[in-house]
Each structure stands twice: as C-alpha cells, then as structure tokens.
Ligand binder design. Sequence first.
Ligand code: ZN
Length: 326
Amino acid sequence: MNQGRLLTNAERARRHLTSDTNCKICGGGPETTLHVVRDCPFARATWADLLEDEPDSRFFEQDGQRWSLYYLSGKSNTIDATIFAGTCWLLWKNQNDFVFQDKLKTHTQVQFHSKQLRDEIIKAFDQEKTVFGTGGTREQRLVGWQPPAQDWVCVNTDGSVNHSPESTSCGGIIRRSDGRFIRAFTANLGRGSITRAELAGIVYGLDLAWEQGVRKVLLQTDSATAKSLIENATEQHIHFSQISEIRRILQRDWTSIAGPLVLRTLAGGLEPLVCRPVCSITTLLHYSHLLPRNLDRLSRFVRPELLVRGNPLFLFIINLLRCFWS
Ligand SMILES: [Zn+2]
C-alpha cells in the first residue's frame, strides 16, 4: 500500500514498476483492486462458497463503490460486514503472498480463515466480561478470546494508556479451555509507553499462570508489536530487560506453550465492526474522505482511536474504499 492506494499490478504498471497488468493468479486481468477482491475466479470461488446458502445475484454485478459500501455497512442479509471485510483482507493478502512470496492458498483455505475469524468474534462477543472488579478502574473487553484446545489454559493480556491522569496499566485473564475462570489481574504501571504496558501484561500473565500450576499455556495478545519484539528484539532495545524476562519465562519447563497468536490481531481488528458498527463505518468513511460534508452530525461518531493502534484491517478498508472512489 502506498499513498492511500492498494498497489495492484495495474497500478504498479502505471508507475512503470512492471509492464504486466495481468492478474498473477488467473492470468486474466487487468489486476485491479476489484479484480483481486471479487472478480478474479479465485475470489469468485471463495465468495460463491460463502454465499452458497443464500445466493445473492447482485453481489458480483455492482460497481466497486456500491459494492464496498453496501456490504461494509451491514445492509446485506447474506454476508455480514465482518465476514465481508475479513474476506476482502484475506483475498488481498493471499494475492500479495502469491506475488511476492510465491505462496498460494486454496480458496477453501481463505474461506475457512474468514469463517474462523467470524466465529472467533462471535465467541468473544458472547463472553464479554468485566475483568476489573473491586477497586478496578476500567472495564476491559477481551476481544477475540478463543477457547484453547482441551486441557490448555489461555492467558489473555492487554496494556493500556490512561490519559487523565497520564499513566499506564496492564491486565489479563487466565482461563481453562472450557472457559472456566482461573485468575484475573490488573496492575498500575505509572508513566510509560503502551508497548511497555503490553510487555508487562505478558510477564504478569505468564508468571501468574505458572504460580497457579499451569503448564500448558496459550498466550494471546493483540499487540503485534509485543509479539514481534519477543521474537526479534536485540539488546539495544529500550524494553530489552522486559523482553528478556519474557524469554526466560518462556524457557521454563512448560509442557507446551504457544502464541502469541497472529489471528487474534485480525479478529481484534474486526471486533469494532460488530460491537460498534455505527462508529466503525463512520470512522472508515471519514478517513476514506467519503463522509458527506452536509452530514456534520455524523462526525461525532468518528473514533480516531480505532486507528490509533494501527489496526491493519481498518487501514486496509480505508485504502480499499479510496481505490474505488477516487
Ligand atoms: Zn485473477
């Protein structure tokens, strides 16, 4: 993505990056954004399977503008906004993986991922819980929580920045695979960065699970930054002491340990579309420059914080909308 555009082959050709405007997957073309996310035979097969129970003849006929707005705003009874957004994203990602890394999934795999995302969101929505009880300062919604496979224990952690007074905190919850609650925790960390808070949450969460005798743990964090730091950071990093502490904990004698999960990041990205659809759509339209100026009233639903933490899915949709409307 570059300057608000999804860089399709057609776009790359226009910029003389390549002379080939055809789609790399089907050889047809030109490989426009709409081709990649809908009209390519690969994408068509994916959508057709998703629409199997209730065929929607208009789905493949609308122009990109109407199509994207109609399905994103949840007006369709056949495909809801989360599946729509998630599938567009997965198709787009699939195309990029193929073009740049020679990896190609089957459309059944893409479709499976898209349904998995949707299930994950629904589960999370059902299991919305208040973590901070007595003396707690805020409610926390655990998005994207997914029960781990049998006899695993799931540790969800999160960090947050509170602006008044300026301070950071972390929290988490430890549950068995059947959803039974083990422990929850929260800690005030004083001034600091969100990354430090995310990392602190992981340290507390894993340590607490260990103390409770847990030896098979699935760590879930929605912080892609924390995940990447745990995997890659070197001694020069300002949070290295925390990172190495996490690495030491991970090396303990756990029977098994998995995560942090990448999928959860994407499900977390879709979650606002389910829980706060009006804010989500208004925010997407606002940042895509599509919010009609005469509808000033709507601007109070714009939530910059939905993008603040670099929600990759929202950024993708904004780019997608800009492509169709410019
Ligand atoms: Zn194609």
